[in-house]
Design a protein around this ligand. Structure first.
Ligand code: 8X3
Length: 256
């Protein structure tokens, strides 16, 4: 017997011009969804929308700009307003030095892009979903939200926020038919490390050297799977890793 899948009609993707976002956009466009494509750079947003064989509304604003976020979301045209899948994808890490050697500005930026922006967009989109009794919020978390690691500090904390915010939303959304999912990828080869190491390509390449990381398409597959399950089925959290990544022992400090 064929399993009944759900097709989200209107999908809003934040940070859609990055590697994850592009893969998500293509996956949902191929499946017949209308897309709202957010990015910071007009040219990149234009280029992505031109590639997609789907109706596309463009949102160009800096996700750390609260007023621009509010104005842009409120200005979404009527035919795109009933967002039934919001993918809070914009985010990233800055630096991997020890906490005591890190830049305060990097820490604040990570909280802005991973948490404050996600909260803002969610607060603007969620009331429409609960009113329509239809919707799904997929937050892009990370294994970093589950397991601390050296140099992870604020990025790990920011992604732990994403996870707990997702789960807490579920508690409030009981009875609304709105779904929430936190997707938690581990190692995925994208521009993530180039951004984290501020353009130091040798450092970024070393992260993915001599192994088989996940790809953005792998992550898109998991997002697509969670989003196209029938509406009675909610994936709370989904943690992903490449087969080549697993767990290590706790670090123990030895004396003498
Ligand atoms: C990215 C995964 O392990 O670099 O979210 O923090 S990790």
């Amino acid at each position: 017997m064929k399993y009944a899948r759900y097709t989200p009609e209107i999908v809003l993707i934040t940070g859609a011009t990055g590697d994850f976002g592009k893969s998500f956009a293509h996956r949902f466009a191929q499946n017949g969804s209308k897309l709202i494509i957010h990015g910071r750079n007009q040219d990149k947003v234009d280029a992505l929308c031109a590639e997609l064989d789907a109706p596309c509304h463009k949102l160009v604003f800096d996700i750390t700009d609260k007023q621009a976020t509010i104005d842009s979301i409120k200005a979404i045209p009527a035919e795109f307003q009933a967002v039934d899948l919001l993918i809070n994808n914009a985010g990233g890490a800055l630096g991997q030095d020890k906490a005591q050697d890190s830049e305060l500005d990097d820490w604040e930026t990570m909280i802005e892009i991973n948490d404050k922006a996600l909260v803002r967009i969610t607060s603007l989109i969620l009331p429409g979903m609960t009113k329509r009794k239809k919707g799904h919020i997929i937050n892009i978390g990370s294994t970093a939200g589950n397991y601390p690691y050296p140099g992870g500090h604020v990025y790990c904390a920011a992604k732990a926020f994403t996870k707990q915010f997702s789960l807490s939303l579920r508690a409030d959304l009981a009875g609304t038919n709105v779904r929430v999912t936190n997707i938690e990828p581990g190692m995925v080869e994208t521009q993530f490390s180039t951004v984290r190491f501020k353009g130091d390509q040798a450092k970024a390449d070393a992260v993915y050297a001599n192994t088989t990381p996940l790809t953005a398409e792998d992550v898109a597959e998991s997002v697509f799977w969670a989003a196209t399950l029938p509406p009675h089925f909610n994936i709370n959290r989904l943690e992903l890793m490449p087969t080549t990544q697993s767990f290590g022992p706790f670090a123990v400090e030895r004396h003498g």
